[in-house]
Design a protein around this ligand. Sequence first.
Ligand SMILES: *Cc1c(COP(=O)(O)O)cnc(C)c1O
Length: 369
Amino acid sequence: MTDARIYLSPPDVSDLERKLLLNAFDSNWVAPVGPDLDAFEEQAAALVGVRHAVALSSGTAALHLALIAAGVRRGDTVLVPSFTFAATANAVLYLGARPVFVDSTPDSWNVDPELIAEELRARAERGQLPRAVIAVDMYGQCADYEPLLTACDRYGVPLIEDAAEALGATYRGRPAGAFGLAGVLSFNGNKIITTGGGGMLVTDDGRVATQARHLSTQAREPVPHYEHRTVGYNYRLSNLLAAVGRGQLQRLPQMIAARRETFRFYQRELPDLEFMPIAAYGEPNYWLTCVLTDQRDEIIAELARHDIEARPAWKPMHLQPVFRDCVMRGGHVSADLFRRGLCLPSGSALTGRDRERVVTAVRTAQQRG
Ligand SMILES: *Cc1c(COP(=O)(O)O)cnc(C)c1O
């Protein structure tokens, strides 16, 4: 019998989620409204340590609504890390605003707080402050929020936390998603927990939550007939998917523990690789184990021969054709993370045997040199 394919970060669902899903189905709350949705929001808000959570159809939708809450409009600029997934920057374009990309620090691969502070200072002098700053918690590790928030507060620019990859991580003891005006979570199929597709906006600000809820349900005014004063969206999460999310949330601690174990195993068994540094300020959720290596493509090819999926690290936004006209501050760090960056299989259901297969294949590629 041949071994099954190993994916980068596949869904890890159990009997618990299955039962909750079928219960929701049988309750006939088969709609973007219902008790599972309410319970999922309550649990997520408690976990992140904020007052409000609005469950949405995707993390991208949450980014879109968070940017609206920050007041981003056509013609505005928003500072965005270049080293991220395209969804972060796409949401800026949905509003007709322009991202200004900022490089990462090699210390954590997250956006460089000094470059953000420098860019804000320079733009304040020119009277061209951005409408918002987005920080991303890359591969499950928080950005450095103390200096980021100090810089943003100095100029009165709201910060949005893209914590799509980081549910369960902490920064100085505080959970990912809790920083700035609003946090964004994703429950896509490859994230640390999944609803099969979904996202959430989390915030301490009641007005932000109320507005997001309103806009996500077609901006219907609270009157019996259909009355609309502004453009709305159909962004609510289904109650069925929220039921799956409730089960996944309960299992989050075990999933983080499994991914941490995988990270440590690779670190021990593959000492020639340069692992993503873990900053002293926090604890990641170890969503993906990523490394730097001059043999990135050779390792990906060798893993593919063994039916193992691995991927290059994100290609920076300032190198993407779709964003070629955007301004970039710095750039050599994120370009190097892309050139040498490799994400290894990290799913929480990975077995000991799977990890061994990965390590053996990586070593084969390394020995071939
Ligand atoms: C996955 C992801 C998103 C988008 O989330 P979706 O739920 O897929 O829309 C946004 N930002 C980052 C950094 C992500 O990794």
